[in-house]
Write a protein that binds this ligand. Sequence first.
Ligand SMILES: [Cu+2]
Length: 176
Amino acid sequence: MQNINHRRSLLVIAGALAAVTVLVSTSVAGATGASVVRATGDLITYANPYTNGTPNPLDGAQASVHAVATASGKTIVTLHVSGLPANRSFGSHVHVRACEDNKAGGHYRNVPADPASPENEIWLDFTTNAAGQGEAHATVDWVIRSGDAKAVVIHDHTTDSAGVAGPKLGCLNVDL
Ligand SMILES: [Cu+2]
């Protein structure tokens, strides 16, 4: 009888230790681990983007953005889109303002005084498949300043070396 009671108390102690271990590992992950942001929904599309009455090809499209700031100081952003025209390329970037605020403003830059480049900005150009779906990934060696990047914008064509990708067509708000 004494032996059984002794065993029970050992089990209780082991359980308490396990609970403490879980708490500690949770707080460590919160302090130094990756932070994740997700957003998904219908794209906000801009009226008459070509200023000549040509319909916006992104009307009715959806997007999803997933961003991870890693513990090692990198940022990994993934964009998924659907409901777009098939087999067509688009430009896309992380922008500084919300979609409804001056069409999301300019591109977010790690070093604002440095020129546009895929190292200094987050470029997410993609080509849709036959089903009108596309995806893009970007990894940069820095973390976004909190509150300074608020949307992902999709443009008419792929980004050239100067960072230009034509009219803004659609946008998804993402609090990066
Ligand atoms: Cu852009």
